[in-house]
Design a protein. Structure first.
Length: 265
């Protein structure tokens, strides 16, 4: 009640932190906390609902896998959906609350891609037209660190960055949580770019390999003078495509110099 008190305009970070500590200390903490938070998020008082959403996001930051597991169940996701759905509380929930709930669910699809129910819930909202486009997450949005993180995450390989993030997330000051969010977002962007680069390399090597195999088959027929006009055209097109792929392969090789296995391929 103190942490979500609608009569205060600023977040009571001390109370919020105590709430998180209680969630972590109690065996049934995550289940009970989410039941209470769902009730508060559905409050007709905008201030109370917004404070409750901040508490929810802070719990996601601080309360670990047990909390993540409970929040990713339809039992809780449905309570959030009710705030958006015109069939339930969407008719009187404020636009600000609905916008925040949408941001929360969308941010979870980014951070917890392995949680199928979160993905399904968000896609259902889009399919029904309740969410028309993905929200742009604000700079000061409190986001959890991904759990579990992908293998070879930058947070795993960059010890300094990992220590800084842990320190910021343990803080109860909103400025530190905002700094943590900016660090997480920049790192995620870096990891996405790295992933896109790997994907480009794999797809290009696959295309080159398939094209060369097909060219070999057509050239064999050409040597035996068994090539139809259509196949001759296909051979010409493959040759042109391979010429275009050559400089791309060289560039990908230069990008992969530090990775022996990738360079070998």
């Amino acid at each position: 009640d103190e942490a979500t008190d609608p009569s205060i305009s600023e977040e009571n970070w001390e109370c919020i932190q105590r709430f998180c500590d209680q969630v972590n200390a109690d065996t049934e903490g995550p289940l009970l906390a989410l039941r209470l938070l769902a009730h508060k998020i559905q409050s007709p008082q905008e201030g109370e609902a917004l404070h409750a959403l901040t508490v929810l996001e802070t719990c996601v930051n601080n309360c670990g896998d047990r909390f993540h597991s409970e929040m990713a169940k339809f039992r809780f996701l449905n309570e959030l959906i009710k705030v958006l759905s015109p069939k339930y509380y969407g008719i009187w929930s404020s636009e600000k609350v609905k916008s925040r709930v949408t941001e929360v669910i969308f941010s979870w699809t980014v951070w917890f891609p392995q949680e199928v129910k979160i993905q399904d819930a968000y896609q259902m909202l889009k399919k029904q037209g309740i969410v028309k486009e993905d929200p742009k997450l604000p700079e000061d949005k409190i986001l959890p660190p991904p759990s579990p993180r992908p293998q070879n995450s930058i947070f795993d390989t960059d010890e300094e960055k990992s220590k800084l993030l842990a320190k910021l997330l343990k803080s109860s000051h909103p400025e530190d949580l905002q700094a943590a969010n900016r660090l997480i977002q920049s790192t995620i962007k870096e990891e996405q770019e790295k992933s896109a680069q790997v994907s480009r390399r794999v797809n290009t090597i696959r295309e080159v390999s398939e094209n060369v195999t097909r060219m070999d088959e057509l050239l064999e027929s050409y040597r035996r003078r068994e090539l139809s006009p259509a196949d001759q055209e296909a051979l010409q097109a493959l040759s042109q495509r391979c010429e275009k792929l050559r400089p791309l392969l060289f560039r990908l090789a230069s990008e992969a110099v530090a990775d022996e296995e990738a360079l070998g391929k």
